[in-house]
Design a protein around this ligand. Structure first.
Ligand code: 5RP
Length: 218
């Protein structure tokens, strides 16, 4: 079974956890693209979706799923998204697709975060995957120097401008043993919009797609 088929297994398994007749929060990425296909199959049974990126919005609209403005939605129960890494405490690194800020905002509003991953994303310690940090463009070099002081090796993802008009620094060589503290420390650097550690708001449920089916971690 390919990695993409495992992602697809996890994504379709998430349908079971989507309460009907409510609004659904939708993440970004190749795993979520499978989830959007799955969501389209029950589109008449949901009130619409809140999106975390232009990419997901376009895909949902193309499939006839109504996309609502988060400012018009006070609450909703479930946010479904992928991750680049996830540990046993359900803390994640996200932002490989540069959508981390909107993902964190939509996740903050949701009652529950359901993370859909293939088994390759499970790790003991976060940090093997370079940590994405969204930065206001004029602060790029200042933020890079501050990230270096924290022990990381920031690399500018040059070809990318985020949906919010900002840039991404990918921070290599971090061994993230205390994700909550590092998430807060990096967010304190002036010029950082947010970073891809999702620890203060970890996932509530993880669906891990593997060759043997989908494992549910509660
Ligand atoms: C995008 C993300 C994605 O959830 C993460 O990169 C995983 O992507 P994929 O499902 O393509 O492996 O955080 O910003």
């Amino acid at each position: 079974m390919t990695q993409d088929e495992m992602k697809k297994n996890a994504a379709w398994a998430a349908l079971e956890y989507v309460p009907r007749h409510t609004i659904v929060g939708v993440g970004t990425g190749s795993t979520v693209n499978h989830f959007i296909d799955a969501l389209a199959s029950i589109k008449s049974e949901i009130k619409g979706a809140v999106s975390s990126s232009v990419q997901s919005t376009e895909k949902m609209r193309a499939l006839g799923i109504e996309v609502l403005d988060l400012n018009d939605v006070a609450s909703f129960s479930v946010y479904v998204d992928g991750a680049d890494e996830i540990n046993a405490a359900k803390q994640m690194i996200k932002g490989g697709g540069a959508a981390l800020t909107r993902e964190k905002i939509v996740a903050a509003v949701a009652d529950k975060f359901i993370c859909i991953v293939d088994s390759s994303k499970q790790v003991e310690i976060l940090g093997q995957f370079p940590l994405p940090v969204e930065v206001i463009p004029m602060a790029r070099n200042y933020v890079a120097r501050e990230l270096t002081k924290l022990g990381g090796r920031p690399v500018w993802r040059e070809a990318v401008i985020t949906d919010n008009g900002n840039i991404i620094l990918d921070v290599f060589d971090l061994k993230i043993t205390d994700p909550i503290t590092l998430e807060q420390q990096i967010n304190q650097i002036t010029g950082v919009v947010t970073n891809g550690i999702f620890a203060s708001r970890a996932a509530n449920l993880v669906l891990v797609g593997s060759a043997d089916g989908t494992l549910v971690l509660k």
